[in-house]
Design a protein around this ligand. Structure first.
Ligand code: FAD
Ligand code: FES
Ligand code: FES
Length: 1284
């Protein structure tokens, strides 16, 4: 039988009929090759967790290339002849680690570690493909497709830039310093000086590129190059590998086929069904390569990366193709490198053909320059046509063969734009191309091409404007206005939620024409202050500094070290819940969701279609739970409402899980889930109430609003000179943990093992036992680590755990349940939205006389996790609040129950107050910092002093002057610099134990604690404290997985305090052990640790101790202080922004682990930036359906969205007498500082609005400050767009 042959890490794999086209390389690597280092999250090319390296002979000349691919997008059947390398293949515990892995670990470039293998493999691919010859800029530009929610990217960028040929001296010095760290042991053995793996572990001098080869293999490729078509028959499908068009046409003539080139298109338009004949045309000779007659003819099968390389080459070599450099720059913003490596021209254009609304950049560029396209209608039967004609023909039985890019004469001027919601890896909000052909030696236009994408499915050219411009000089104000008005008339975008509004896209499209004119117009014909509006904002490289003190006398406490698990995270050896090796006969579960208007009532389920799919095993509903259908039992703290695991009757929100379907494959289960028909006894006709405003206006207000707290003022001023009123609304945020909600449940002899991605052992333990009606002690919950959580896995994880557990309970089999991103997003709650209405009165100087704040927070469909009093507490910030009245309300909406999300309630509390301060200062025309200082709490408040310090350290006043100067000289680019202060209350909520075991065999130590390691470095901090307390080296200590057996009854890890509590418990447990050891120490004098332990063992000393931190006895609340300064620049003509610099001064006490605390501060701040900028959730108002439920539509910040310059300073000489070992929590506070972005953006826009002639009145920008909201707040009018 013919088979697809390829290698993974040097081992040959052959795939015959067992796997169909829907089996991705990712699934194969993880589930068949059992290499679980490669991760997955989105399965659509949007997150980068799945990246692997491929070496393969590439057509047309079969030159061997190394490149990165998203393994989730590649069908395993596409891999014929490939050599795939996964993260395990480049370095591991046994063979030694690769330089990329060690450097990333040393630079602290990994927190939860779930994204890390993808970063490592993208870097590895880059390094190999560029032959180790890259600039820092190239490195930083190459990770558009890798998302990381934890780190804030800075340390990753630093680590990888050390490989650049122009690497910054400071980074290289840091690398040398980090070399001496002992903590990165590869094997769990003592390795400081004697470790046999040490040379492998610290092989910084050379890249071990070949370390992946296994003994059984050689460098040779599998012999696949016969280049004769072959077919692999897989159950219902036939997969044809074609090498020429004739063969492809032969199969196509049978009908019912699908062509596949790079197969990346499924990342945009998901492919759920394959027809019986699938034809892999990636190697079809006629579609490859390029020729130049007059035109540049590019084979449609050319990958976009190859096309870009060619563009750069030709633009340098041939004048008539110099314009290709511009196309290169545009293409650099299309998808990202792993997609472009195999995604082809033809594939992109066909997506546009099949989905006219697609904002294809390839189509846009081709059409702007007037390219033609060749369609093969049969062997040697070609038809040439324009791009728009191509969209209208019938493509059945046809293949895109090539495109023809024309030469452009010197009389042509070209400009293209792609405006995106973030810097990279996002489709266009609007893309545009402008080609002006001038009459020879004149300023008058002979021909014009104006092309837009993302206007409507049918809109391509601004035909009328093109006509109007012919014969005109485009660089006069008169022509400009003529063109702008014409464009305004003829561009009429359709509303296409969740895409930005039609109004924005219309005005943006017009502004882009103006931008193009600014770019092309000779300088002497325009106002010089307009010139900077010509280009789109583009980030170059970023850098950062981290300034902290460290007290060597207490090391390893307070020692700056990377995470203990950093190396195993960088090598993929670190395990997550779904990395449990495949079990015999295991099954996979998926939720069937009630995709219906909330309020509808479920009657029954029809599973007929679902059970027709081979591999579907079982189906369960709420009635199948032997116990209670509840995942938030009431005997768990904070869980006031019992929430159903599966909807039993009335649907609470669109997308609520209603049933579970079980199959022998994850994809099968998810496919079957969609085929289950839910029958409803009634479908609600009511419009769902999905916002706070809707509830407040509805007749149901009285039953849906719960007043939680009022705080009455204890004082009132009587010198009221100004009264300021206002409102601020803050929206939701998706946690975007890279590891989806996951649970694997495995039968055991006394019950069940539950490998859950939960932040809360106890809740999961009790909930599973309750729903199965089994004793709690029969359920063992085990958590090694989470791939990020940020609050999203506090209570929601137990819903998945209960569901998976039900399957194991009823079938007696291991069950895996991993929520696909769309399900995860539609059925799991988010950050609570907040609406605040306020009135502030002050005297003439700004001292507040009274303040009234009534706010509402959107709990979703249950009150669980909605703790509005916390927002009350944090709204005080650093101010004297005795004159403040605050009323806090929770609101029930028809949405999933919202959850904690990094800095929950504190971020919102601080943002409300800071907004009031800004508005008050604005109204009084006072310096906002002075107004803030005037209202500060007077006692024990270090904030004023910290403001003075950071103003000096960050050069604030001088930079503020520079900003003003810049704004005077630039009409369309505006800058602002803003400062905000922060005080966050830290308090404790429950119990955490820590259990220390010392082994007499060698004196090594293990810690098992009740906290959950989810990237915040809890294990490292615990180990540092343990090493300090016991007086032993760090590498003697190993931290074991957390479990409900060793840590029963533990409270949730969250709210920044988990690390502290665990560290406290660890410290106390060590004290117990030290006390027991003291008599032996005294007897022995100054014994070596190992001798001490041997003696203690012989003397019958109990070498195992535990302590439980209790909030009732051990924790004393305290405050964390911080100041943030942010400087940004906005492009007024698009709404894009660039954060130029951020300075954060934070009081960390005496940090337990400075590198880890820096990482927490940076990561939290960047997550906050996402909240205030690009992360927007959009719902369908009629049904409550979430429309932004994918990486395609929901955008967190990427590597080029972080501040260009990020400086972190720890407050000097700080000691926290209330905290653990004088430290303070760092996980969340800096998130609250990110609200400064909103103030800065307002300030920048204020300057733009005043230039436009608006009065200097207060104006609001809708939250979040997306490109749309920034642009719209500028108040553009056509007459503002002038040249003079
Ligand atoms: C994360 C991500 C981000 C992206 N961002 C952008 C972006 O910003 N701008 C943009 O323009 N694009 C973007 N894309 C789209 C990307 O450019 C396309 O996925 C890619 O070019 C498709 O090429 P492919 O070879 O993988 O096509 P495939 O996935 O193999 O095929 C796509 C479709 O084209 C058909 N097809 C392929 N080749 C031919 C041919 N020669 N003749 C006829 N039919 C053919 C296939 O049958 C299939 O229906 C993005 C994609 C992803 C995954
Ligand atoms: S899982 Fe492949 S890119 Fe997200
Ligand atoms: S370390 Fe990158 S997502 Fe957690």
């Amino acid at each position: 039988m013919v088979k697809i042959k390829f290698k993974i890490n040097g081992k040959t794999y052959e795939v015959g009929g067992k796997y169909g086209p829907d089996v991705s390389l990712n699934e194969y690597i993880r589930n068949v090759a059992e290499l679980r280092g490669t991760k997955a999250m989105c399965h659509e090319g949007g997150c980068g967790a799945c990246i692997v390296t491929v070496r393969a002979p590439m057509p047309p000349n079969n030159a061997i290339k190394t490149f990165a691919v998203n393994s989730c997008l590649v069908s395993v059947l596409s891999c014929h002849g490939w050599e795939v390398t996964t993260v395990e293949g480049i370095g591991n515990k046994i063979k030694g680690y690769h330089d990329i892995q060690t450097r990333l670990a040393k630079f602290n470039g990994t927190q939860c570690g779930y994204c890390t293998p993808g970063w490592v493999m993208n870097m590895y691919s880059l390094y190999q493909s560029k032959n180790k010859n890259m600039t820092s800029k190239e490195v930083e530009n190459s990770f558009a497709g890798n998302m990381c929610r934890c780190t804030g990217y800075r340390p990753i960028a630093d680590a990888f830039k050390t490989f650049a040929k122009d690497a910054d001296e400071r980074l290289l010095n840091k690398l040398v310093d980090l070399e001496d760290l002992d903590i990165m042991k590869p094997c769990g053995l003592e390795c400081v000086n004697k470790c046999t793996h040490r040379d492998k572990c610290f092989n910084d001098n050379k890249i071990e590129g070949e370390s992946s080869k296994s003994e059984e293999d050689s460098d040779e490729f599998i012999h696949v190059n016969e280049e004769r078509m072959f077919m692999v028959k897989a159950d219902t499908h036939k997969w044809y590998k074609a090498y020429n068009l004739a063969d492809a046409f032969k199969i196509m003539s049978q009908g019912n086929y699908k062509l596949i080139a790079g197969n990346t298109g499924q990342g945009v338009y998901h492919v759920t069904e394959y027809p019986p004949n699938v034809i892999d045309i990636f190697n079809v000779a006629e579609l490859k390569g390029f020729t130049i007659d007059v035109n540049l003819i590019l084979g449609a099968g050319m990958p976009l990366s190859e096309m870009m390389e060619l563009f750069i080459k030709l633009s340098n070599q041939r004048e008539e193709f110099a314009y290709l450099k511009q196309l290169y720059d545009h293409m650099d913003l299309v998808a990202h490198i792993p997609v472009r490596n195999i995604g082809t021209i033809g594939g992109n254009l066909f997506l546009k053909y099949a989905n006219n609304e697609f904002q294809s950049d390839v189509f846009l560029l081709c059409e702007t320059v007037g390219a033609m396209i060749t369609i093969a209608e049969g062997v040697n039967r070609d038809r040439r046509m324009t791009m728009p004609e191509f969209l209208r023909i019938d493509m059945r039985g046809r293949v895109i063969k090539n495109i023809l890019l024309p030469p452009l004469s010197r009389n042509c001027a070209l400009k293209t734009y792609k405006i995106m919601p973030r810097s990279q890896n996002a489709h266009a909000v609007v893309n545009a191309g402008f080609l002006f052909k001038f009459r020879p030696n004149s300023n008058f236009l002979e021909k014009v091409r104006i092309v837009y994408g993302s206007i409507s499915p049918s809109f391509i050219h601004a035909n009328r404007t093109e006509q109007i411009l012919i014969g005109k000089d485009p660089y006069t104000d008169e022509t400009l206005q003529l063109a702008l008005q014409s464009l305004y008339r003829e561009i009429n975008p359709v509303e296409a939620p969740p895409e930005p509004s039609a109004a924005y896209r219309k005005m943006l499209a017009v502004a882009l024409y103006y931008k193009a004119i600014l770019s092309l117009c000779p300088s002497n014909r325009m106002n010089s202050t307009y010139k900077s509006g010509a280009e789109a904002i583009k980030r170059s490289t970023s850098h950062g500094t981290q300034t902290f003190e460290t007290d060597v006398s207490v090391w390893p406490l307070n020692q700056p070290i990377p995470k203990l698990e950093a190396l195993v995270q960088c090598s993929g050896e670190a395990t997550f819940a779904n990395d449990l090796p495949g079990q015999n006969d295991e099954v996979f579960a998926a939720f069937v969701t009630a995709d219906v208007v909330p309020g509808s009532v479920i009657k029954d389920f029809d599973t007929t279609e679902a059970f027709k799919i081979p591999g579907v095993i079982a189906f369960y509903t709420a009635k199948d739970f032997p116990g209670e259908n509840v995942f938030t039992p009431n005997n768990i703290p904070f869980m006031s409402d019992k929430e159903e695991i599966l909807c039993d009757n009335k649907v609470k929100f669109y997308g609520q899980p209603a049933a579970i379907i079980v199959a022998d494959r994850d994809k099968t289960a998810n496919k079957a889930a969609k085929l289950v028909k839910i029958e409803y006894s009634s479908i609600s006709r009511n419009r769902p109430l999905i916002t706070i405003d809707q509830v407040l206006r509805s007749p149901e207000k009285s039953t849906r609003v719960r007043m939680d707290q009022t705080v009455e003022p204890t004082d009132m001023g009587n010198d009221v000179k100004t009264v300021v009123k206002g409102e601020i609304t803050m929206e939701e945020q998706y946690h975007y943990y890279m590891e989806p909600q996951t649970c694997v449940t495995k039968p055991s002899e006394d019950g069940m093992e539950v490998y859950s991605s939960t932040q809360w052992l106890d809740l999961t333990n009790v909930a599973v036992a309750t729903c199965l009606k089994v004793p709690v002690n029969s359920i063992t919950v085990i958590v090694r680590r989470l791939g990020g959580a940020y609050g999203g896995k506090i209570s929601r994880a137990s819903q998945v755990a209960c569901s998976s557990a039900l399957v194991t309970h009823l079938l007696g089999k291991t069950c895996r349940m991993v929520l696909p991103l769309i399900v995860n997003m539609k059925s799991v709650g988010k950050r609570v939205p907040t609406k605040c209405t306020f009135e502030v009165a002050s005297d003439a100087q700004g001292e507040i006389q009274y303040l009234k704040n009534t706010f509402y927070q959107d709990a979703g469909c249950s009150y669980n996790e909605c703790l509005t009093p916390l927002s009350v507490m944090h709204s005080h910030n650093c101010y004297d609040s005795k004159r403040w009245y605050i009323q806090a309300n929770s609101v029930l909406t028809d949405k999933y129950s919202n959850t904690w999300c990094r800095a929950p309630f504190s971020a919102e509390g601080v943002a409300m107050t800071e907004y009031m301060m800004e508005k008050l200062a604005f109204t009084l025309r006072k310096d906002p910092i002075e107004v803030r200082l005037m209202n500060m709490a007077k006692e024990n408040n270090p904030i004023p002093e910290m403001i003075t310090q950071i103003r000096k350290d960050a050069n604030f006043d001088e930079r503020r002057q520079q900003v003003r100067e810049f704004n005077r000289n630039n009409r369309w680019r505006k800058r602002a610099i803003k400062l905000i202060p922060l005080t966050v209350d830290i308090f404790y909520t429950g119990n955490f134990n820590s259990l220390i075991s010392i082994y007499h065999g060698d004196g090594s130590v293990t810690i098992t604690h009740a906290g959950i390691e989810m990237g915040q470095g809890i294990n490292t901090k615990a180990a540092q404290v343990c090493a300090y307390m016991l007086g032993i080296p760090l590498d003697k200590i190993s931290v074991k997985p957390s479990s409900s057996v060793t840590s029963p009854n533990a409270i949730v890890t969250g709210g920044s305090i988990g690390s502290e509590c665990v560290v406290f418990a660890t410290m106390k447990a060590c004290e117990i052990l030290n006390k027991r050891l003291q008599p032996i120490r005294d007897k022995m004098g100054k014994p070596a640790w190992d001798d001490l332990i041997s003696e203690a063992f012989a003397g019958g000393v109990d070498l195992h101790a535990s302590y439980m931190f209790s909030n009732l006895t051990d924790g004393k609340p305290y405050d964390v202080y911080a100041i943030g300064i942010l400087e940004l620049e906005i492009d007024v003509l698009t709404g894009n922004h660039d954060v130029r610099r951020v300075d954060i001064l934070e009081d960390t006490g005496r940090s337990l682990s400075p590198e880890i605390d820096v990482a927490q501060i940076e990561g939290a701040f960047i997550m906050g930036l996402g909240y205030w900028t690009s992360e927007k959730l959009v719902y369908d108002g009629a049904t409550g359906k979430l429309l932004t439920d994918r990486t395609w539509t929901y955008k967190i910040p990427g590597i080029k969205d972080i501040p260009a310059d990020m400086r972190i300073y720890f407050k000097r000489g700080s000691r926290n007498q209330s905290g653990v070992l004088q430290s303070k929590a760092t996980g969340e506070p800096s998130f609250c500082l990110s609200t400064v972005f909103m103030h800065a953006v307002r300030d920048a826009l204020r300057s733009a609005r005043m230039d436009a002639g608006y009065d200097d009145d207060w104006f609001d920008i809708e939250h979040p400050c997306t490109v749309e909201n920034i642009f719209m707040a500028a108040g553009h009018k056509l007459e503002h767009f002038t040249l003079k």
